[in-house]
Design a protein around this ligand. Structure first.
Ligand code: NDP
Ligand code: MG
Length: 395
């Protein structure tokens, strides 16, 4: 029996995780569910899944959660704040933590699960992008079992040979990783028309249904950029060992190319319940409620190279990955500010990349290792991004 803390229970990944968990009551028990502002959804989930703890990240929502939980007959103990998120991630009764908070807010709670040596199911890629070496060192020191939920990294993980050694793909005969991406909703939109696209259009992904931040990141391909950085850390790869391939149908979720010419791909529906179930039950395989692929209906199956003009954010991320930790942390911070600004209609879609570039161009490399230094640097870069956002804001 695995005892699970679900960070970000009310989000897209959180709900898909609960869907898989509910299919296997004999395997999984929910220990804690966490959310930020979505109190009604959190309390309703608690009624269904009966966790021992409910944690709301925003302390100002504590009283409201208590009141609503009482009204629904929810008996879970209610906690609030970042410290409480860290406690339910590292509690000795917990075996498994699903890290599905969006953005930098997930860093400390996810790291806390890692440091406590849990089985950590990593969806929150921003946490790894921000802290890189510190995160991987913590995994190695604590003996945590880090399993990638992000569909591409989960696919790569499934395509690697058993004897794969971190940072040494060559010894396993691996030549490179082919990281696939759909190209998002604006794959064929004329580049000149991108300035005027709306948040609604950006969030309408053709294949995947996701939270708003990652949906915008998919539209700009910053998501693939963050995944590029994520893959370097997860598998110990150099940037030149990864190639991004556009595959609009999202059937192949990534591939590993071997020295002898073999390419191993993982395929499946674009449904996060597959990688989530893979991580939850690893190394076993369990039902995820996902229909198998219907190959007779796959009429189109295509691959291209991403257009650098259409996706400047992807190139910024690859450059930042080569530049090092302070650049990737800065880029992540700038991008969170820019995406929020776009979602609030303060800046246009193409201004996201402009703002990210400005922040990257105005910073100096830093020595970043300690968590407090990373968080201070993240804050500094957000302030810089905020200033640029105000100066670029549409009239
Ligand atoms: P959502 O926006 O749907 O959900 C985010 C979750 O995080 C919610 O539970 C939200 O709570 C919580 N949250 C938001 N802000 C804070 C905060 N400041 N402190 C604590 N909790 C917070 O996101 P997704 O589920 O789409 O994505 C989650 C993570 O998984 C992201 O890092 C994303 O990149 C990654 N991922 C997502 C995929 C997908 O298909 N959705 C695929 C691969 C990776 P509340 O609802 O109360 O606001
Ligand atoms: Mg992904």
């Amino acid at each position: 029996m695995q005892t699970i803390t679900l960070l970000g229970a009310t989000g897209s990944i959180g709900l898909s995780t609960l869907d898989v968990i509910a299919r296997h009551p004999d395997r999984f028990r929910v220990f804690a569910l966490t959310a930020h502002k979505n109190i009604d959804a959190l309390v309703e989930l608690a009624r269904q899944h009966r966790p021992e703890y409910l944690v709301v990240a925003d302390k100002s929502n504590y009283a409201e959660v208590q009141e609503k939980a009482r009204a629904l007959g929810v008996t879970a103990e209610i906690l609030a704040g970042e410290q409480a998120l860290m406690e339910v991630s590292s509690d000795s009764r917990v075996t498994t933590v699903m890290a599905a908070i969006v953005g930098a807010a997930g860093l400390r709670p996810t790291l806390s699960a890692v440091q406590a040596g849990k089985r950590v199911l990593l969806a929150n890629k921003e946490a790894l992008v921000m802290s890189g070496q510190l995160f991987i060192d913590a995994v190695n020191q604590s003996g945590a079992e880090l399993l990638p939920v992000d569909s591409e990294h989960n696919a790569i993980f499934q395509c690697l040979p058993e004897q794969f050694q971190y940072g040494q793909p060559e010894t396993s005969g691996i030549e490179r990783i082919l990281l696939t991406g759909s190209g998002g909703p604006f794959l064929t939109t004329p580049v000149e028309a991108l300035e005027a696209v709306t948040p609604e259009q950006a969030c309408a992904h053709p294949n995947w249904s996701m939270g708003r931040k990652i949906s915008v990141d998919s539209a700009t391909m910053m998501n693939k950029g963050l995944e590029f950085i994520e893959a370097c850390w997860l598998f110990g790869l150099e940037p030149e060992q990864i190639q991004v391939v556009l595959h609009p149908q999202s059937v192949i979720h990534s591939m590993v190319q071997y020295r002898d010419g073999s390419v191993i791909a993982q395929m499946g529906q674009p449904d996060m319940r597959t990688p989530i179930a893979h991580c939850l039950a690893y190394p076993e395989r369990i039902q995820a409620g996902v229909e198998p692929l219907n190959f007779a209906a796959l009429t189109d199956f295509s691959f291209t190279t991403p257009d650098t003009q259409r996706y400047p954010n992807l190139m910024l991320a690859i450059d930042a990955c080569c530049a090092g930790q302070s650049a990737t942390t800065a880029l992540n911070a700038a991008n969170e500010v820019a995406v929020e600004g776009f979602l609030q209609r303060r800046i246009g879609f193409t201004t996201i990349a402009l703002l990210n570039r400005r922040v990257l161009e105005s910073i100096q490399p830093q020595e970043l290792y300690a968590i407090d230094d990373i968080i201070a640097w993240d804050r500094e870069c957000r302030q810089l991004a905020q200033q640029y956002l105000e100066s670029l804001e549409q009239a």
